[in-house]
Design a protein around this ligand. Structure first.
Ligand SMILES: [Zn+2]
Length: 485
């Protein structure tokens, strides 16, 4: 059986007064998701574990069959996703943001340019500024500053190179690499320089582990501690040189520092197909999720630039990797994905994972009606995708497709951040078959017993027959669908 896994980032939510006590998913008109839930099996998901409010990277790793110890750290995952290349062993990767340090107070604030192109006032002691800012001007400035920093000498130690790569908005990644390939000269057991909140000074990079009393006598522990100290000194020196460079740039009134956070070094893990017994293709345009996929050896199709942020494009790209037409589909059919001529003909994998970020983005903005509308739009786009999967001119009727829809965590709009609430989960099966106008694409699978859930929502899925599953259990279920059914 083929598998299409659709992860709606931050899908889960809580009842909201402005929606009459319903969640955005309950309030949204989602006939496609409801028909999939009715014909399939439902449950609720704790991606990482009960009571854990995960970040998307940890949640995706767990859902793709990996444990906490397989997580290399956020800096590496961001760098893998942003640079699109492997991070050399022994290197140190950081997730970074450009920011402004007030020269008179030495206090930091980020999101450096407002809509008028002037610096935001410092808000001492206040949490992160959520005001408007000029994305375009800031993005162009930050791209230019990455180039400036890469042309500068940021360390006098010739064993190391320092490379910045622009991400988006005011974000970038930094990779410090030992160019001689010497192992063990850099330690990730150090802190970043980002104070995380506005109105605080930059932090000094320091070791995050101290030498134990026993370690004083142990040459290995002493050597590791010396590496931590040397690495912290190196990063503080790079940070100072970055600030010196930025102080002379034309953007200095608005951007004069880079904050380093989430230091981490790459680690080796089993590739996805070895660990889970089948091959997966991913479609995602969020760097950290692309980084997760690269880390575990999942081939990633990043939607072309015109598709970025378009869930419809992500879904149709995913379908191109799951099914191909037996006969030429009607070009007038709105349901047919329209392959771009620049896309190579893909080798099909039995399973495709499509990541859609929009649901999390509106949730962080606490835009509850926006989340409802986003879910309604995705439901319509999913309907077009399922029409392809159930079209016998596209799909082999003998090979059904299991469609799984869930989220990587809940992001309640009232809270505006990730929570430990369970996430609704559905599994339904779609066949290529002739069907009546308006009929649901999914049908009950003879081997999979549908439950009594008739709508896709947080509350309805609680009574589904799949019960409460972890990310690891979800991955085992996917493996069984691909390899057994
Ligand atoms: Zn989020």
């Amino acid at each position: 059986m083929r598998v299409l896994l659709v992860v709606l980032d931050g899908l889960g939510d809580c009842p909201h007064a402005s929606l009459g006590g319903m969640t955005p998913l309950e309030a949204a008109h989602t006939p496609t998701l409801d028909s999939l839930a009715r014909d399939g099996m439902c449950g609720v998901l704790d991606p990482v574990g009960v009571g854990v409010a995960p970040q998307s990277d940890s949640a995706h790793l767990a859902m793709l069959g990996y444990a906490t110890q397989d997580h290399p750290g956020r800096g590496v995952l961001e760098a893998l996703g942003v640079t699109g290349r492997d991070i050399p062993e022994g290197s140190l990767a950081f997730k970074c943001v450009f920011a402004h340090t007030d020269p008179s107070t030495a206090l930091v604030h980020r999101r450096p340019l407002t809509e008028e192109g002037v610096s935001l006032p410092s808000r001492v002691g206040k949490p992160r500024e959520r005001g408007k800012w000029d994305k375009k001007a800031s993005s162009l400035a930050c791209q230019d500053l990455c180039r400036v920093l890469n042309e500068a000498t940021l360390t006098r130690d010739t064993r190391y190179s320092v490379k910045f790569t622009y991400d988006r908005d005011h974000r970038c990644v930094c990779v410090v690499e030992n160019v001689l390939g010497e192992p063990g000269t850099l330690s990730s057991d150090i802190s970043g320089t980002d104070p995380l909140y506005d109105g605080l000074p930059c932090l000094e990079c320091t070791p995050t582990r101290t030498l134990s009393r026993h370690g004083v006598e142990d040459p290995t522990e002493r050597a590791e501690h010396d590496t931590r100290l040397r690495t912290a000194t190196l990063i503080n020196d790079i940070h100072r040189r970055v600030q010196l460079q930025l102080a002379h740039s034309q953007y200095a009134p608005y951007i004069n520092t880079v904050l380093f956070r989430a230091p981490s070094s790459p680690i080796k893990v089993d590739p996805f197909h070895v660990r889970n017994g089948y091959r997966l293709t991913a479609v995602c345009d969020t760097p950290v999720i692309a980084g997760v996929c690269r880390h575990i050896g999942v081939s990633t199709v990043v939607s072309q630039s015109h598709c970025w942020g378009s869930s419809a494009c992500s879904l149709s790209t995913g379908l191109q990797h799951l099914v191909t037409p037996h006969t030429s589909p009607s070009p007038s059919s709105p349901a047919s994905p329209s392959p771009s001529p620049s896309f190579p003909t893909p080798d099909q994998d039995p399973a495709v994972f499509v990541h859609i970020k929009d649901t999390d983005t509106v949730s962080h903005k606490q835009h509850v009606h926006g989340k409802k509308e986003t879910l309604e739009r995705i439901d319509t786009e999913l309907s077009a995708a399922l029409a392809v999967l159930s079209d016998p001119t596209w799909t082999d009727p003998g090979t059904p497709t299991a469609v799984i829809v869930t989220g990587d965590h809940s992001t309640p709009c009232a809270f505006g951040d990730h929570s430990n609430d369970t996430v609704p989960f559905l599994l339904s099966v779609v066949y290529g078959r002739e069907r009546e106008e308006g009929a649901a694409p999914s049908v009950p699978h003879p081997d999979l017993t549908p439950d009594s859930v008739s709508a896709f929502s947080e509350a309805a899925c609680v009574s589904g027959c799949l019960g409460r599953v972890s990310g690891a259990q979800m991955q085992k279920l996917m493996g069984r669908l691909v390899n057994v059914y």
